[in-house]
Design a protein around this ligand. Structure first.
Ligand code: AMP
Length: 208
C-alpha cells in the first residue's frame, strides 16, 4: 500500500502515520522529521533550510523532492509507505507522480481553532521523536515515557509560525486534493475525534 496522509498541522497526521506504519508494515516517511534531522546535524544543507522551517515557511520544492526521491528508493519502501508531509505544493505533486504510483490519499479534517490549541500544547521528545499533547500526556512532566528523553516545544510551534503553517496548508496544500479526488482515491476522516477513533475510521475506509 502506498498512502499519502494529508492534514493541517495539529490534525494528528504524524501519529496516524505512525500507527498505519506499525499496523501494515509500511515505511513512515516523515518529511518534517527528515528535514529537522538535517538541521540538528548542522549540515550545510541543514543550515540552509533552518530559517525557512523556524518561520513556518516551506523548504524549496527541489530540495525536498530530492530528499523524498532518495528515501523512496530505499529497500524498506518496497512493501509500501505512508507519506507524511509530502507533497505540499503543485510542483511536489508533479514530482511525486514521476516517482511513484499512489493507492490511497487520507485527508484528516480539523478546524483551525482546534489545531492551534493542540499545537500550542504539543511537546516532542528530543531523542525518539515521540509526540505528547493534550490527548497523550507523559507520566513525568518533561520526560519521555518511552526513552527518558527530554520533551520540548518545537521551534516552529510558536503562535506566529503556527499561523503561517496553517495558512500555507490552506493556500498551497489543500487545493492539491483536487488532483487526487479526480482519481477517486481520497478518504476523508474527521480528525477532531480521539486518536483511536480516527485510526479505526482510516482502517475501515482503507478496507472498503
Ligand atoms: P511538519 O513536521 O510536517 O510540520 O514540517 C515541519 C516543517 O518542515 C514545515 O513547516 C516546513 O518548513 C518543512 N517541510 C516539511 N515538509 C515539507 C514539504 N513537503 N515542502 C516544503 N517544506 C516542508
Amino acid at each position: 500500500m502506498k498512502i499519502i496522509i494529508f492534514g493541517a498541522q495539529g490534525s494528528g497526521k504524524g501519529t496516524q502515520a505512525n500507527l498505519l506504519s506499525a499496523r501494515f508494515g509500511l515505511a513512515h516517511i516523515d518529511t518534517g522529521a527528515m528535514l529537522r534531522d538535517e538541521v540538528k546535524k548542522g549540515t550545510k544543507f541543514g543550515l540552509k533550510i533552518k530559517n525557512h522551517m523556524e518561520k513556518g515557511g516551506f523548504v524549496p520544492d527541489g530540495t525536498v523532492s530530492k530528499l523524498i526521491e532518495r528515501r523512496l528508493s530505499s529497500p524498506d519502501c518496497k512493501n509500501g509507505f505512508v507519506l507524511d508531509g509530502f507533497p505540499r505544493s503543485l510542483e511536489q505533486v508533479k514530482e511525486l507522480k514521476r516517482m511513484s504510483f499512489i493507492d490511497f490519499v487520507v485527508e484528516l479534517r480539523i478546524d483551525d481553532k482546534i489545531a492551534m490549541y493542540r499545537l500550542s500544547n504539543r511537546r516532542q521528545c528530543t531523542k525518539c521523536g515521540l509526540i505528547y499533547g493534550l490527548a497523550i500526556k507523559s507520566k513525568k512532566t518533561g520526560v519521555c515515557d518511552s526513552c527518558g528523553g527530554k520533551l520540548v516545544k518545537r521551534a516552529d510551534d510558536t503562535p506566529a509560525a503556527i499561523k503561517k503553517r496553517l495558512s500555507l496548508y490552506h493556500k498551497e496544500t489543500e487545493p492539491l486534493m483536487r488532483f487526487y479526488k479526480k482519481k477517486n482515491i481520497v478518504k476523508f476522516v474527521d480528525a477532531a475525534q480521539t486518536v483511536e477513533k480516527v485510526f479505526d475510521a482510516i482502517v475501515m475506509l482503507l478496507h472498503k
